[in-house]
Design a protein around this ligand. Structure first.
Ligand code: C2E
Ligand code: CMP
Ligand code: CA
Ligand code: CA
Length: 407
């Protein structure tokens, strides 16, 4: 038999209680008895009789690495071996809260087998062990608990309106005029001050919080756009209608309620769907290709635009570009930084701009910080640009002041 199979004859002992253990087993055929020393130390008590497809021997893989009970064959038996490495890999890929729960349950079950009171989580015996031992347990517990608390903080923040939407202008390179804004979220934390999105968006993305947050963002962004537009008209600014770009993350993208919610929001404000651009990243599009195509079609039927964000940070596979009918390609800041290195950066940028135009997309370049970069990008044909040179993300009132003075 190979190393992943064990065959036992009737009465064979697979392992004894207290032995070191580093694999689990699945019963292919036969019956395995799980036995445990009686509290008096006399007769062995049969805890369970396991049959085909039952898994056992898993408890030694959490924490103490010793067998909580013995195992013996009640007849001929064939077992599949599940290695420690295999299970560790699966566990490491799972949520720390689930790992923590598993270890807690294992400890409690051990306590019950011993006839002892259930042990409290985290007070288990120390064993010299690497990956899944007590040190890892502490780490998972801390991670799990801090995550629970952080998610609770975010929920409270949403309820108490601690989030703020900032707006960064996007300018046309042809004449420098303002074309629209990207809405960027901030958390005005009562103690920590202004928290940037990288510190809370990834966490929000792990739960449905991002979807609720997204509804709030959409509402605030449409409200702001209608006020920007009112000002544009009132001041008779000689620029076309402004657009508002909204960032979408994976969960929002897969939320069937995304566009219906957007419809309802648009109906509340004097905003044309054509003025809304949804920013999605290429990794997100490729991860959920069918959903992407469906969403793009639904957007199109409403007139809502789609931008491919952060182009150049992922695989930037050119082969699928023509299959995604996006309106705008947003070139990542790394392209701008590469301009300073050598001439090839410039050539690559020029080629991508040309390709985007050939596919009917317009191009926004991100991260323009200097006049010189803006001049080069204009020369290379980028239609629009966004970056500190034109303006940092600012609160609505500040953006309104700047817009008011638009030449
Ligand atoms: P992003 O969508 O790529 O947004 C552009 C980021 O680049 C913003 O960072 C912006 O402040 C920054 N930036 C703009 N111009 C320049 C520049 O000239 N130089 C440099 N160095 N940086 C510049 P921010 O606001 O911290 O946002 C970071 C990321 O967080 C965003 O990247 C986006 O992925 C995510 N995010 C922000 N707001 C939202 C939101 O409302 N919803 C979702 N789902 N994600 C958001
Ligand atoms: P492990 O501790 O690695 O080795 C003994 C195995 O017996 C254990 O993993 C579980 O798979 C199983 N086991 C332990 N206690 C019980 C119980 N009370 N009931 C059924 N199975 C048990
Ligand atoms: Ca973006
Ligand atoms: Ca971007």
């Amino acid at each position: 038999m190979d190393k992943f199979r064990r065959r036992l004859a009737p009465g064979d002992t697979l392992f004894e209680q207290g032995e070191h253990g580093d694999c689990a087993y699945i019963v292919e055929s036969g019956v395995i008895e799980i036995v445990c020393d009686d509290a008096s130390g006399k007769a062995a008590k049969v805890l369970a009789r396991l049959g085909s497809q039952d898994i056992f021997g898993e408890m030694a893989l959490f924490g103490e690495r010793t067998r909580s009970a013995g195992a013996r064959a009640a007849g001929d038996a064939v077992l599949t071996v599940v290695t420690h490495d295999y299970l560790t890999e699966r566990l490491q890929a799972s949520d720390p809260m689930l790992r923590h729960l598993l270890r807690t349950l294992t400890k409690r079950l051990r306590g019950m087998n011993n006839g002892a009171a259930t042990t409290a989580a985290g007070s288990g015996a120390k064993a010299a062990d690497g990956e899944v031992g007590p040190a890892k347990d502490d780490e998972d517990r801390n991670l799990a608990l801090s995550r629970v608390r952080a998610e609770q903080d975010l929920t409270v923040a949403l309820e108490q309106e601690q989030f703020r939407l900032y707006f960064q202008p996007i300018h046309r390179l042809s004449d420098g005029s303002i074309a629209g804004y990207e809405a960027l979220i901030r958390w005005l934390h009562p103690e920590r001050g202004l928290v940037p999105p990288v510190q809370f968006i990834p966490l929000a993305e792990e739960s449905d919080l991002i979807v609720r947050m997204g509804h709030w963002i959409t509402d605030r962004a449409c409200a702001a756009l209608s006020e920007f537009e009112a000002l544009r008209k009132e001041k008779n600014l000689r620029i076309p209608p402004l657009f508002m770009s909204l960032n979408l993350s994976g969960r929002q993208f897969q939320d069937p309620d995304l566009l219906p919610t957007l419809d309802r929001t648009l109906a509340r404000y004097p905003v044309d769907p054509q003025q809304i651009k949804l920013e999605v990243t290429e990794s997100l599009m490729l991860r959920a290709f069918d959903e992407s195509v469906r969403l793009l079609k639904d957007c199109r039927s409403r007139g809502v635009k789609v931008s491919l964000d952060d182009f150049g940070t992922g695989y930037s596979s050119l082969s699928y570009l023509h299959r995604l009918p996006v309106n705008t390609l947003k070139l990542d800041r790394s392209f701008v930084l590469a301009l300073d290195v050598d001439d090839s950066g410039r050539k690559i940028l020029a080629a991508i701009v040309r390709l985007a135009h050939d596919l009917g997309m317009d191009v926004i370049t991100e991260g323009i910080e200097t006049l010189q970069q803006s001049a080069v990008l204009r020369e290379l044909g980028s239609d629009m640009a966004q970056g500190y040179y034109f303006g940092k993300p600012v609160p609505q009132a500040t953006a309104m002041e700047t817009l008011q003075n638009h030449p």
